[in-house]
Design a protein around this ligand. Structure first.
Ligand code: ZN
Length: 234
C-alpha cells in the first residue's frame, strides 16, 4: 500500500510539474487604443472619415475590434480627444459608437429625433470643434420614425416643433406616404442634406473651420436593415 501511494505521488508530481511550468508569467496588459491629444492633432478630416468608414465596414462584416471597455474607461478618465462629432437620430437601432465600431473617447455623439439642427446641437458641435474634433457627420437613417411623423404631419406636444424642422425635406421629396419606405428614405436623405446646409449657414464659428479645411462636414444615411452607412456626396 505504501509503495502504491509513493507511486501515485510520483505520478502527480510528474503530471503537475509540467503544468506549472507552462504557466506564463502575468501578461502585461495591452495598452488600450484610445484617442490622445497627439492622435487627435495628427488626424485630418479625410482620415477621420476613413476611420469611420472602416469602422462601419467592420460592423457590417461582424468583425469588430476587441474593446477592453474597462481599460478604455481608465485611459480616458483624465481627458477626451474625440476625432469626430456625429449628429444622429435618437433611434435605438442606430447607436453611434457601435455602428462605427469606435471606443470610449473616440467620438462625440449628439443625438436627437430626426437628427435636426437647433441652437443646442450647433452649440454642441461648436464645442466639439473647439476641443479639436476634425469631422462633423450628420447621420440620418432609413425607416426613421421622426421622418415618418413629419410626412404624416403629426401634431403632438413639443414634437410638433421638432417635426416642423423636417417639413422642408418632406416638401422637397414630393412624396406623401410614410408607408412608402423609398419615400421615407428619400426624405431622410434630404433631411440630412438640410442639416448639413444649416450647420454651415447658421454657425459662423463652424463655417470658418470648414472653409479653412481644418474640419470636414459630411452627411450619411444608415440602413437599419443592413447596418451599412452610405456617405452622401455633395
Ligand atoms: Zn430616426
Amino acid at each position: 500500500m505504501k509503495r502504491f501511494l509513493v507511486a501515485v505521488g510520483l505520478c502527480l508530481t510528474v503530471l503537475t510539474k509540467p503544468l506549472a511550468a507552462q504557466q506564463a508569467p502575468a501578461a502585461t496588459p495591452a495598452k488600450p487604443e484610445v484617442q490622445t491629444q497627439g492622435s487627435q492633432t495628427a488626424m485630418t478630416p479625410a482620415a477621420a472619415l476613413e476611420r469611420l468608414k472602416e469602422g462601419n465596414l467592420r460592423f457590417v462584416s461582424n468583425t469588430p475590434k476587441q474593446h477592453d471597455w474597462r481599460a478604455q474607461v481608465s485611459a480616458t478618465a483624465a481627458g477626451q480627444f474625440p476625432f469626430a462629432a456625429i449628429l444622429g437620430c435618437m433611434d435605438s437601432r442606430v447607436p453611434i459608437e457601435i455602428v462605427f465600431d469606435q471606443g470610449i473617447g473616440d467620438v462625440f455623439g449628439v443625438r436627437v429625433a430626426g437628427n435636426v439642427v437647433n441652437d443646442d446641437e450647433l452649440g454642441s458641435l461648436e464645442y466639439a470643434v473647439k476641443v479639436g474634433t476634425k469631422l462633423i457627420v450628420v447621420l440620418g437613417h432609413t425607416s426613421c420614425g421622426a421622418v415618418k411623423g413629419a410626412i404624416d404631419d403629426v401634431k403632438m406636444g413639443h414634437l410638433t416643433g421638432l417635426l416642423a424642422k423636417i417639413h422642408p425635406a418632406v416638401a422637397a421629396a414630393s412624396c406623401g406616404s410614410s408607408k412608402d419606405e423609398a419615400c421615407v428614405t428619400t426624405v431622410a436623405e434630404l433631411n440630412v442634406r438640410q442639416a448639413v446646409k444649416e450647420i454651415r449657414e447658421k454657425s459662423p464659428y463652424l463655417r470658418k473651420y470648414l472653409d479653412e479645411g481644418k474640419v470636414g462636414l459630411v452627411g450619411g444615411v444608415y440602413d437599419v436593415a443592413t447596418g451599412k452607412v452610405t456617405f452622401l456626396g455633395n
